[in-house]
Design a protein around this ligand. Structure first.
Ligand code: PLP
Length: 330
């Protein structure tokens, strides 16, 4: 194992640091999935985390570790990381400027502002937003808190792994979503250090799976970003990736891909059988089990990672109307 990897000790320290900032979310049994798979299947309800995703863990840890007197924090993010960073900064009395392109819908801007941050609109692409975030760091003394490839962020996300092992001590298989790989890196490090025989299986959507393409190529590569129901799993791993690529390569037992229909079935199952509203990214563990793409042999935990889905889209998916829409749009 490379000696720059985030360790169990880093994750335990993160847990103590952010204990007052996050909710230790519950794990519950899924009777329907347990019956279907023939093994105990449990759901880690992390979509109930404050701000609606696990990203508050990493953001809170990173903000807590900033040097005293830091002027502010910034990131180019339209989604769950932006929300989490906004709240983490506000709680510590630090300014946050979340940079985004003018293509970002008004409701997302409103959410960032409601959490106390400035939503700064720059240009017509995420790349231009990223340039503005970098300018804030260079010219105005802001600290960049990236969404995944940062040791404090990975350690914070890893606290979810500690809870998985405590709440399901006999866990054999953990199903974890993978985009940039901060969540999977942290959770896999925690779970595999505490339970060396457990398997940790990553899941991405087939449309634009940057980590999968990178692992296959043996180095970080770019993939074309595509529209997907699992929008929180979109985006690349960064060609200059420092940590998450190597940690996912060394720690994940497998990385499987799902179609859009399979993800839709996961959202539908979460709602109809588990009575949980989850976003596409949050549903991929359930979806992989329903699709028969994972055959667990013992106690299995699927993480529901987020709930931030537009409710009209959610309604269309659970009513089975979503496929039609996609086809009309195509
Ligand atoms: C960010 C995110 C992920 C993926 O996390 P990475 O650390 O980028 O791999 C999964 N689910 C949700 C809901 C997210 O917001």
């Amino acid at each position: 194992m490379r000696n720059d990897f985030v360790t169990l000790a880093d994750i335990e320290a993160a847990r103590a640091r952010i204990a007052g900032d996050i909710v230790a979310t519950p794990t519950v049994d899924s009777p329907s999935l347990s019956e279907r798979l023939g093994v105990p299947v449990r759901l880690k309800l992390e979509h109930r985390q404050t701000t609606g995703s696990f990203k508050l863990r990493g953001a809170s840890n990173a903000v807590a570790l900033l040097p005293a007197g830091t002027r502010g924090v910034t990131a180019a993010s339209t989604g769950n990381h932006g929300r989490a960073l906004s709240l983490a900064a506000k709680r510590r009395g630090i300014a946050a400027v979340i940079c985004m392109s003018r293509l970002v819908p008004e409701n997302k801007l409103a959410e960032i502002r409601r959490l106390g941050a400035e939503a700064r609109i720059v240009g017509a692409s995420q790349d231009e937003a990223q340039v503005e975030a970098e300018r804030l760091v260079a010219d105005e003394g802001f600290a960049m808190v990236p969404p995944f490839d940062h040791p404090a962020v990975i350690a914070g996300q890893g606290t979810l792994g500690l809870e998985i092992v405590e709440q399901t001590p006999d866990v054999e298989t953990v199903l974890i979503q993978v985009s940039g790989g901060g969540l999977a890196a942290g959770v896999a490090m925690a779970v595999k250090t505490l339970r060396p025989n457990a398997r940790v299986i990553g899941i991405s959507m087939a449309r634009g799976a940057a980590m999968k393409a990178s692992l296959d190529a043996g180095r970080p590569v770019e993939v074309e970003e595509k529209q997907t129901l699992a929008d929180s799993l979109g985006g690349g791993v960064g060609l200059e990736n420092r940590l998450t690529f190597a940690m996912c390569r060394d720690l994940l037992d497998d990385l499987i891909l799902l179609s859009e229909d399979e993800i839709a079935a996961g959202i539908r199952h979460a709602y109809a059988e588990e009575r949980e509203v989850v976003e596409g990214a949050g549903a991929v563990g359930i979806a992989a089990l329903l699709a028969g793409k994972i055959r667990p042999t013992g106690p299995t935990v699927a993480v529901l990672s987020g709930k931030n889905i537009a409710m009209d889209l959610h309604r269309a998916v659970v009513c089975g109307e979503w496929r039609d829409r996609q086809e009309r749009a195509a």
